[in-house]
Design a protein around this ligand. Structure first.
Ligand SMILES: Cc1cc2nc3c(=O)[nH]c(=O)nc-3n(C[C@H](O)[C@H](O)[C@H](O)COP(=O)(O)OP(=O)(O)OC[C@H]3O[C@@H](n4cnc5c(N)ncnc54)[C@H](O)[C@@H]3O)c2cc1C
Ligand SMILES: *[C@@H]1O[C@H](CO)[C@@H](O)[C@H](O)[C@H]1NC(C)=O
Ligand SMILES: *[C@@H]1O[C@H](CO)[C@@H](O)[C@H](O)[C@H]1NC(C)=O
Ligand SMILES: *[C@@H]1O[C@H](CO)[C@@H](O)[C@H](O)[C@H]1NC(C)=O
Ligand SMILES: *[C@@H]1O[C@H](CO)[C@@H](O)[C@H](O)[C@H]1NC(C)=O
Length: 498
């Protein structure tokens, strides 16, 4: 159990010191709990950054029968769709690199519609519970110039309603994305971070975690209407929460609503599968870690299978908020709640009358919503149109969608699948961060970074730092292979500013 205190992170008292085998030994055993993009990225970067002579054994534990965690697929009526993390930003460089490394195909938004699900619908509307306060145009045309005109007209519509605040919003997002790009700078100049706070400060992102998105946007002069409508729609779609999330989570959420968003053909989970496959790990599926004990020279991890594993380094690559791992000695992290997002997949047809329309064609492909306790869902989007009478939809909501409610919103339902995700942190401002190093020794926590924002790439970025942190703290002055500098041997004594 994670003992929680309201205090800032407290590192633990008087632990037996794990004798660092640093200088002499060049071997290391690492146990990673969780096979999502975080855990699989730690494994990948441990291999990527360690000298070939270092012998590192890596075990990865996954309580489920498949890898990928929140990158998961759902089958609806024979078609497969992303059920969790679905879209990636064009500047998510780790994810892009993974697809190349593994040989996965990318689905760009300009791909044809029917082959797979996607979220970035060109045609959307903002539902306030009574009507659409905003709605873009859709023209079913195969002519590219018509598309262009429609897209131009839609931009004009947006400006008509929200004015130049849109440009300020865009600048805010660009600035944040540019700061984030610092995490891809060469390892020669980029420090290794022991804490999330340091890591965010270095990139100029920390301040954004001190205020809510709403405060941040008001301070840069965005119109209240834009915040109440379009921006609220986006935070509700991406994080199931209002504009009271932190400015940083908000900026990340806004960045995930632009153009050129992509996904992995056949499923994003393949990134985790491929990374694990390439990283020579011992993968333990259906094996849940129940306890992690510090026994002095190593950690002992006991599993649901009754097995016991010894590792010099233990990495937690899952949010600790809702899992039941006993730590001995106990660790203390700031309390955090997960936001539960109910993803309901429906094959059937929306009921136009629910939205005050006469025909289903009038309902936008993406229905976003504003904050209003009377609205029972956050968003509804079309994943695939089968024919005029049938489509597959994804509904996000904060509470489970009961049949009685679905029967009002849909006129027909052939299949309904419900997934209750402990989806991402419930964000607030100011945000308080758990440490990457949970016990001051060799117990690491990748998902401490998720309090900044939760995306597949955020987990990869955090994992890269944790892998460097492990190697630098364990091997000390031992040479690491730094990217792009495999051949040079001098002055490679690690540019680790610890
Ligand atoms: C509905 C939804 C939509 C989202 N949309 C997007 C999006 O469009 N774009 C985007 O970038 N991100 C999105 N996200 C967020 C993204 O999915 C996550 O940030 C990311 O996948 C987290 O990866 P992770 O490896 O850190 O954690 P996880 O994927 O949660 O991996 C943790 C793994 O650890 C395993 N585990 C837990 N406890 C134990 C234990 N005791 N023993 C063994 N195994 C254990 C779990 O089973 C899980 O497989 C979305 C998330 C949700 C839920
Ligand atoms: C992606 O891979 C290329 C080639 O291997 C490398 O040069 C680049 O630094 C990588 N980018 C990131 C963000 O790791
Ligand atoms: C889709 O967009 C990507 C990236 O912007 C581009 O490389 C690709 O050629 C485009 N494909 C089509 C069919 O237009
Ligand atoms: C694992 O990698 C090998 C090549 O390195 C490849 O042949 C195999 O298909 C991969 N397996 C999976 C499950 O990705
Ligand atoms: C883990 O398992 C070992 C071996 O069965 C046992 O001695 C130890 O007490 C267990 N630890 C915990 C914390 O349950």
């Amino acid at each position: 159990m994670v003992a929680r205190t309201a205090a800032l992170f407290i590192l633990l008292v008087s632990l037996p010191i794990i004798t660092s085998s640093s200088s002499s030994s060049s071997s290391l055993s690492v146990c990673i709990v969780g096979s999502g993009i975080g855990g699989s990225s730690v494994a990948h970067f441990l291999r990527e950054y360690s000298a070939p002579s270092a012998s590192i054994s890596i075990r990865v534990f996954e309580r489920h029968g498949v890898v990928g965690g929140r990158m998961a697929r759902v089958n609806v009526g024979g078609d497969s769709f992303e059920a969790g993390g679905s879209i990636l930003h064009p500047k998510n460089y780790h994810a892009l690199n993974y697809t190349k490394l593994i040989g996965l195909k990318i689905r760009w938004p300009n791909a044809t519609r029917d082959s797979d699900g996607r979220d970035d619908d060109s045609d959307f509307g903002i539902w306030d519970g009574k009507g659409f306060v905003f709605k873009t145009w859709r023209v079913n045309s195969k002519l590219p110039f018509v598309d262009k005109i429609v897209s131009f007209a839609n931009t004009a519509l947006l400006f008509w309603r929200y004015g130049f605040s849109l440009i300020r919003m865009d600048n805010f997002v660009q600035r944040t994305v540019n700061n984030f790009l610092k995490y891809y700078e060469s390892t020669d100049s980029r420090p290794v971070f022991e804490t999330v706070d340091e890591m965010l400060k270095w990139a100029g992102l920390y301040k954004l975690t001190g205020h809510t998105l709403e405060e941040e946007l008001i301070s840069i002069g965005l119109s209240p209407l834009l915040i109440r409508e379009l921006i609220t729609v986006i935070t509700r779609v991406n994080y199931g929460q209002s504009v009271s999330i932190s400015g940083l989570a908000g900026a990340v959420s806004l960045a995930g609503s632009g153009g050129d968003l992509w996904s992995v053909q056949g499923g994003n989970w393949q990134m985790a599968a491929g990374l694990l496959n390439h990283s020579n790990v011992a993968l333990h599926l259906r094996e849940e870690i129940e306890s992690i004990s510090n026994l002095g020279n190593y950690y002992e991890l006991n599993s649901s299978q009754g097995n016991s594993y010894e590792c010099e380094v233990a990495v937690v690559a899952t949010p600790l908020d809702e899992v039941d791992i006993r730590f001995d000695p106990s660790v203390s992290i700031p309390p955090r709640k997960l936001q539960h997002t109910h993803a309901t997949f429906v094959r059937g047809l929306l009921n136009p009358a629910y939205f005050g329309f006469g025909s289903v064609e009038e309902i936008p492909e993406l229905v976003g919503t504003i904050e209003d306790p009377g609205i029972p869902f956050s968003s509804i989007s079309v994943l695939k149109r089968h024919n005029a009478k049938e489509a597959t939809y994804k509904v996000f909501s904060r509470e489970a969608m009961l049949d009685t409610l679905l029967d009002q919103i849909f006129s027909a339902r052939k299949e309904t699948i419900r997934i209750n995700w402990g989806a991402y942190p419930h964000y607030k401002a100011p945000e308080v961060f758990a440490p990457f190093i949970l016990d001051g020794q060799h117990l690491y926590y990748v998902n401490a970074f998720e309090n900044a924002a939760s995306t597949m790439e955020m987990s990869a970025v955090a994992a890269e730092n944790v892998a460097r942190l492990i190697l630098s703290r364990h091997f000390g002055h031992v040479r690491l292979k730094l990217s792009g500098s495999e051949d040079s041997t001098d002055d490679m004594g690690l540019h680790l500013e610890l």
